[in-house]
Each structure stands twice: as C-alpha cells, then as structure tokens.
Write a protein that binds this ligand. Structure first.
Ligand code: FES
Ligand SMILES: [Fe+2]
Length: 360
C-alpha cells in the first residue's frame, strides 16, 4: 500500500526518523560500558558515562572506520575513545583528543543522538534533534510503567527478521489469535467477536468484550487466575509507530466480588534495519506477577508470531511487489488506519526537511 507516495507495504514500509525508539533496557548498559545497536539502519554506539549518563553516537570512527563499540575501545568519563588509534569523542560527537597529535580536522566528529532514560528503557531519537521532545514518548503512566497501582519489570528482548510494520500490525490484529496461537492463548472466539475501533491521535486500536470465557492454561497462569473463566475486555493499541499494548481487564466469573485485574503486555517496536525489528517486551500487572515461567511463556508466544512474520518477509522478498499483492478485509481497518497515521508522520517529516520554497 502506497500512501501519499510513501511506501507502507508491510515488508518494506518506511519509518519516521523523528521518533523515539527503544534501544535497550537500562540494565544492559553498565557505567563505563558501551553496546552496539542498529536503529533505522543507523549503527549506534550506546554508552553510559562513568557517572551513569546514557549517550548515543554514530558507531563508526571517522578516522579509519573502526566501530566505537569494538572491544579495545573505552569509555573515559563522559567520552568514548576509539580502540584503533585512540581518537576520543565527547558525548555531543566532537573530537576532544587525537593522541598522535596535529590539528584536529573539522570533519573529525561523529553524529550524536538524543537519549532519554525513562522507566527502565533507553529511548533514542533518530531524527532532527531540535524536535526531540520527551513528551512524545508513549505515556508511561497509561501503560502502567510509572503508575503506582501496577507492577512492572524488564522482560525479554528479541529480534524478528521482518520490516517493523509487520510485527506492529500483528500485535494489534486479534483475529489471528484463534488460528496462529491455537492451543496456546486461543479461547476459540476471538476472531468472530465484534470489535470497536478506537483512534486517538497516533494511537490506533480495537476493543473486544468477552463474557464467561474459558481461557487456556497458559493464559490463566500468566494472568494469575485461580480459575479459568473470566469476563474480560481486550484492548489492542498501536502507539504509532514505536510500541504496542495488549491490555486485558478481567474479573473471574467465580469471584465476581474480587477487584478486577489488569494485565498489559507491552511490546516496543524498534526498526533496526529495513527488514528487521527489535522487541523489548514485558508485562505491567495489577497483581504481583510471581508466575515463574511468565517470560518463557511470553517468548514462546511471540516466537509463534516471529516464525510466521519471517516467512512472510522472506516470501515477499523472493516474489517482489508485482507477485505479492495484499488483499485486505474489514478486520484490517485498524492496521490500515495505523498505516495512514505513520505515513502522515513520514510525510510531515519530509515536508519539514524540504528547503523553503520547494514543492513536495
Ligand atoms: S579508526 Fe578510530 S582512531 Fe583510527
Ligand atoms: Fe500473535
């Protein structure tokens, strides 16, 4: 699907750069250490200063091209030193030392990227730094990450070799649960249950209500149920385009006098390459989630999606656009709306980047 000249085909969709993307869990980055991450096809050196502040710079030394995260590189104070000839860069990317001496060339610098550490995530802004407003990060209170009534903890990190739009759409497409996740989280009636579409700015989602529903064992365990029958509301939301939330509000049918429960499955969508996406996924729950296998179960569930999405990506690449048409149905309207929202983000960012007087 091409929207206003922007390629929004799953498999090849363009992504906005003026966006915050999750690059890492906070605990992955110790003081004085760096990690290599790709976001939007850009190699990043993410590092934490010795005092504890997180930074992100382009992960290539302009001298002879060594990755700044290579094993012989070092973090010194707030700076990062290349491990090849020792040239050192400040967190804003300018060169602060050439050990072998001589004038520092004006081009001896690396691009730096705004970083915000919020809750237990590191968010990196990949576009115009002047537009990097932390208020654009999805609402952590709403998600239950900075909300004293919900419990949350870092979960899992996994990679899917598919363009970001495919996992994003998959996560807010409830109708595949009945088939792809049959036996794992399928309750038998999700695909046929009517839904209500919800659109609020860059949030696009759907709401489904179920009465007296029998849930499979894995779902009961993760939701901390005592029995297996619930009344629940399932709300799937795409925070276009960097995060999805699968929210369940429920009461057990045999315990209607107990307070309602909530479990939010939150999955970041981080485009790493054109055809690769990173997920940082976790639960926020109204109860203390003590189920020991909760993250194993989550990985198992998401891997059912990963296998399919990677197959679809590979087939699309093999066949090409002409031989791989896409035919949508009514239930895809949530995803089609998400595409339009994301395409508008890309369109606006391109328009803002045009020199004054240019036509788009
Ligand atoms: S390649 Fe980095 S200092 Fe030479
Ligand atoms: Fe799924």
């Amino acid at each position: 699907m091409i929207v206003d000249g922007i390629d929004m085909r799953p498999g090849n969709a363009e992504y906005p750069l003026n966006q915050w993307y999750v690059a890492a869990w906070s605990h992955e980055l110790e003081p004085g250490r760096s990690i290599a991450r790709d976001i939007c096809d850009v190699p990043l050196a993410i590092y934490r200063s010795e005092a504890g502040t997180a930074h992100a710079v382009f992960n290539r030394c302009p001298h002879r091209g060594m990755m700044l995260t290579s094993a012989t590189g070092r973090i010194e104070g707030d700076t990062i030193r290349c491990g090849y000839h020792g040239i050192r860069f400040a967190a804003d990317g300018h060169c602060v030392e050439v050990p072998s001496g001589g004038a520092v060339p004006a081009k001896m610098c690396v691009r730096s990227f705004p970083v915000v550490e919020k809750w237990k995530w590191l968010w990196v802004w990949m576009g115009d730094a002047k537009r990097a407003d932390p208020a654009l990060i999805p609402d952590h209170e709403y998600l239950g990450l900075e909300n004293s009534t919900l419990h949350s903890e870092p979960g899992i990190h996994l990679t899917v070799k598919a363009n970001y739009l495919m996992p994003l759409e998959n996560l807010v497409d409830a109708t595949h649960i009945t088939y792809l996740h049959h036996g794992l989280i399928d309750s038998g009636n999700v695909a046929t249950t009517p839904y209500e579409l919800k659109v609020d700015g860059t949030r696009v989602g759907s709401v489904r209500k179920f009465e007296n529903e029998v849930l499979p064992p894995m779902l009961c365990a993760v939701m901390g149920l005592k029995g297996n029958r619930v009344n629940r509301t399932l709300t799937l939301t795409a925070f276009a385009n960097n995060l999805c939330e699968i929210r369940q509000d429920f009461v057990e049918v045999d315990r209607l006098d107990e307070p309602p429960g909530r479990i939010n499955l939150i999955v970041s969508i981080t485009p790493t390459r054109r055809a690769e996406t990173a997920h940082f996924a976790l639960f926020a729950t109204s109860f203390e989630n003590k189920h020991p296998g909760r993250f194993d179960d989550l990985r198992k569930l998401l891997m059912e999606d990963v296998v399919v999405l990677e197959e679809i990506q590979a087939l699309e690449e093999r066949l090409g656009r002409e031989q791989a048409p896409e035919v949508s149905i009514k239930a895809d309207e949530c995803n089609i709306r998400s595409r339009r929202v994301i395409a508008e983000m890309v369109r606006r960012e391109r328009a803002a980047a045009q020199p004054a007087g240019a036509t788009t």
